[in-house]
Design a protein around this ligand. Sequence first.
Ligand code: GLA
Length: 740
Amino acid sequence: MGGMTATASRLLPLFLLLAVLVPAAAAAPPPVSVRYLADRQLFVLDGGPVTYVVGVNERGELQHVYWGGRLWRDDDLRAARSMPAFDSTEPGTNTTPDEYPGWGGGRYFEPCVKITRADGVRDLVLEYDSHRISGDELVIRAKDIASDIVVFLSYRMDPSGLLRKQATIENHTGQIVTLESAQSGAWLLPPGDGYRLSYLSGRWAGETLLTREEIHPGIKLLESRRGVATSNQANPWFAVDGRGRATEEHGQVWFGALAWSGSWRIAVEQTPHQQVRITGGYNTFDFSYPLKPGESLATPAFYAGYTDGGFGEASRILHRFERRVILPRAGLAHPRPVLYNSWEATGFGVTEANQAALADRAARLGVERFVMDDGWFGARDSSRAGLGDWVPNRKKFPNGLGPLIAHVRSLGMDFGLWVEPEMVNPDSDLYRAHPDWVINFPGRPRSESRNQLVLNLARDDVKEYLFGVLDRLVSENDISFLKWDANRHFSEPGWPERPPAEQRELWVAYTRNLYDIIDRLRARHPTLEIESCSSGGGRVDLGILARTDQVWTSDNTDAFDRLTIQDGFGQAYTPRVMMAWVTDVPNFNGRTTPLEFRFLAAMTGSLGIGANLTKWPEADLDYAAKMVAFYKTIRSTVQDGDLYRLAPPGGTLASVKEYVSSDGRQAVVFAFLHSQQYGRPQPAVRLRGLDPDAVYRVRSLDGKLAEKLETASGAYLMAHGLTFDLKGDFDSTAVVLERE
Ligand code: GLA
């Protein structure tokens, strides 16, 4: 029967071709197909280049069957069969590739759900119960073998092959069931060892640094236990390649990202039976979520995909998906505006006059959005006071924000404002009025960080208050953009108003309510745009990206450091959302780079300027205006095109990034040299993603090409390449190719 289905689906396009003479392209298989093969109890999800198969084995367990390149012949697929016991220490329950295991029976690997019932029972064995398929979504209902604990597993397949997994755990028993682990799902690789894990970690001023290491037996935990944000310390993205080792452009890569901005975990586990399982969802550390009868908990979404086109293609698949599906107003081609931000120029010392002077200069450069950062509100002259009091500081803005905003608007820019709504300084009117609104354990210290405490957004009264404050701020002022910051993580994570057994719901409820505030704010102010920031790049994940337009990548604005931070960032996230500013030198780390290097490094993402322009000489302002104008000619390609990482950031060889517009008409290449040695010239760098048969007009930004080409074929550019004439330290260049 399966064979007939396959044959029919392969013949159908032929019939169509004969009948209505549609173009041959229609013969391609449907981009997404989700189906159930009843004879083998298999669920087959096809999307673009990927097939994912889950089955129900003879014990009624959901079992992973296949994840990899697209298959077309159902006859190739065998029914799921549980594995035998290996020995007395490894029962069959532990050797079988469980798709979504409860912790129960003899299972020793990472469970997807772990419970304690009010009656003390902690055993949970999930079995297939029923399913429904609607379009691109499969929902499997699994149920405990001996109680009414039910899990709905949702699988949604995207035409890119990215599969979204999400689980909802429901308690239909008559007693409280406390969840101690609630994971979104597990991704299983073809059995074997020798896999390699790529992940992003770091800290403040050094986020999203890429590490690659072999997966060994045991568990590698990527996680945040911090609450508030995704964290600067680790990012919920992974990529795995196999023994053959993938490169940027070749080889098998399985990759994924979790959509959650609170405490999360991704456990990369190799079992004693060479099964690699990647299980992700809420962090289980300090996790406890009681479900009363009738209650449920939904996990975050966990997306993953597969390609045999290497790490570069894995990134491009994610980037396109983020732009098409995840981002608000996804699919609308509107370039990110060039932005100015005051933070590095004026710090907490913002005034109407100094902001107006910066705005004058910014407008002259072609900046489209002026953002006033920290320092504009309450008694905010340093990090010590004022957080929580979102009213303009009277001394700095005697007539409110209106006059400054009007000035900015008169210069043709829109206006953005920094806020840090989730936080409070103890020295603030808000804290004096509501000391109970912060996260705390009674009778214990309230540890401050940057002199601030975290408001308990999980409380509905706090959530409503914050929504009201922000709604008023945006309604009463002509504000187009909020830079939404969050500069510390949880400590003493208590929620004293709740019974002790429910206090740890905080880990989930905080982030959920944060999302709720942003969602409602956006719904009320549909043109408002938001940047996600958390001490630099601490809140970047697919959960926050579904409700913000861009993110602050790192407080480290040193252009050379940024190349590595941005390279890691781009593994997972589209350059469209990656904010990068040109700032003054020497930077915080003492490094001085030329203005061209700083501009070009920032242009590889969404360009901003964060320098004190009132101190810039005329020549620099003129140069900057030219660079901003140049950026506007290439920004759609950078922001919405395909990224090729041609050479990594590094030492004596140039780091090279290429972007190709989605219509193929333009490509932009950036090259950055850290330091030349021995007068050695740069080797040619071969481009990618061009049409070999097309001819491109070659436009060098600054003449730094060894070979002065006016035009070149795609074949030449991809086979021979471009040779950049870069010398000395921190030299850089850009080349634009326009298809003729
Ligand atoms: C954080 C942000 C910075 C800036 C400051 C303001 O550190 O990452 O960009 O907004 O806060 O206090």
